[in-house]
Write a protein that binds this ligand. Structure first.
Ligand code: FAD
Length: 367
């Protein structure tokens, strides 16, 4: 049987980023059920960091994370577009960009179409361009965390699906497909399965809601190099669109269909809706979908991450509910989770940004 100071369940961005932070200070073992890390949500994102999503704490976490994210990202503009009825939403987003000191500009339809030539005029009466958004290399982020974990003496065990968790003395004994692991502290970073892990441990669940999101990929217009096209997103319901290399585009209708935790797959109707929304708002003809996929974004009832020790279960640390921003918040969230795991003070920079342990504590959800 393996032993560790800290056992992390889940080898996605949440688990690997906190494990890498802890590894210099504790003996860390990460158990991942799949044969490779990043198979679920973390392998299915569109790898972008921007201020056009989430609530206030999520934006604060994003701002705190941007410098570290830049190590694995390149600056790429985000174009937030508004139709005639969406000006108030664009105004609110402009306030957010101002608050966070972003390098942005409010622009009109013609300027927006100069940046994104395929936009139909009626789809965009006004827009906001953020010049400081980041296109992330999420695979490099995952690999870098796995390498840091290993370099500090930690271990990532793949093919180690957890199937039972028992209290043993003051700690936890976890049965996995690759053998048992015992540790005084368990970090629950199991993504969509975080409530399943809690129930195995006899811990009150947080009411986590996995939601399926679909992405399609299709060829850019013949001969058009789309690499400089911005990440383009409607401020309200609609779609987002971004370049993937020289000749491909990715798009999503930003669907969020409630789902059980599972190996999510794209459904025909969701693929068709994504294609239709792009065709309605742009002049892009989608003749063939090159590729499509879906992944689960998992939310607590209040759509805030859940980080901290479970009430009545000493040594059970939640690190869940990253929703649609798990990469762009990982630097700050992993620092908060590492502090909670080691019983250290809440990070100063997070306090200065107006965040507190209570913002993320499972106690707010009765867990
Ligand atoms: C389509 C899409 C687009 C997205 N775009 C972005 C974006 O542009 N920017 C951004 O920041 N975020 C984005 N996200 C969100 C981001 O991908 C997630 O917030 C993040 O990946 C969540 O990471 P995680 O580690 O919590 O979950 P996961 O990556 O799902 O990791 C959890 C891991 O736990 C493992 N596990 C579960 N149960 C067990 C068990 N019993 N035993 C062992 N292991 C177990 C799973 O196998 C899995 O590998 C997007 C998500 C989707 C789906």
């Amino acid at each position: 049987m393996r032993t560790a100071d800290v056992l992390v369940v889940g080898g996605g961005i949440a688990g690997l980023s906190v494990a890498a932070r802890l590894a210099g200070q504790a003996r860390v073992v990460v158990v991942e059920g799949e044969s490779a890390p990043g198979y679920h949500a973390s392998g299915r994102s569109v790898a972008f960091a921007h201020y056009g999503l989430g609530n206030e704490p999520v934006r604060a976490l994003t701002a705190l994370s941007m410098a570290e994210l830049a190590e694995h990202g390149s600056v790429h503009p985000a174009l937030h577009i508004a139709s005639i009825g969406e000006i108030a939403a664009l105004d609110a987003l402009e306030d957010v960009h101002r608050e966070y000191g972003c390098d942005f500009a409010r622009i009109g339809c013609d300027e927006a179409r100069a940046l994104m030539p395929a936009l139909r005029p009626e789809a965009c009466v006004a827009a906001l361009v953020d010049h400081g958004s980041l296109k992330l290399d999420t695979n490099a982020m995952l690999q870098a965390h796995a390498a840091s974990l290993k370099a500090a003496g930690g271990t990532l065990v793949t093919g180690a699906r957890v199937h039972a968790i028992a209290r043993e003395g003051d700690g936890w004994r976890v049965a996995t497909a690759a053998g048992d692991v015992a540790a005084p502290i368990l970090v629950n970073a199991a993504g969509a399965w975080a409530d399943v892990i809690a129930q195995m441990a006899g811990v009150t669940p947080i009411g986590l809601q996995p939601r399926r999101r679909t992405v399609i990929s299709f060829a850019a217009p013949e001969g058009e190099d789309v690499r400089t096209w911005p990440f383009t997103k409607t401020v309200g319901e609609g779609f987002y669109l971004l370049p993937e290399g020289r000749g491909q585009l990715l798009a999503s209708s930003m669907d969020q269909t409630p789902s059980e935790p599972c190996d999510a797959a794209a459904e025909e109707l969701d693929i068709a809706i994504a294609a239709d929304r792009v065709e309605q708002a742009t002049t892009l003809p989608i003749r063939r979908i090159s590729h499509s996929w879906a992944g689960l974004r998992s939310f607590a009832p209040d759509e805030l991450p859940v980080i901290g020790e479970a009430a009545g279960a000493p040594g059970f640390i939640w690190c869940a509910g990253q929703g649609g921003a798990g990469f762009q918040t990982a630097p700050a969230l992993s620092a908060i989770a590492a502090a909670a795991t080691l019983g250290l003070p809440f990070p100063d920079d997070c306090l200065r940004a107006g965040l507190t342990p209570e913002t993320f504590a499972p106690a707010r959800l009765g867990a």
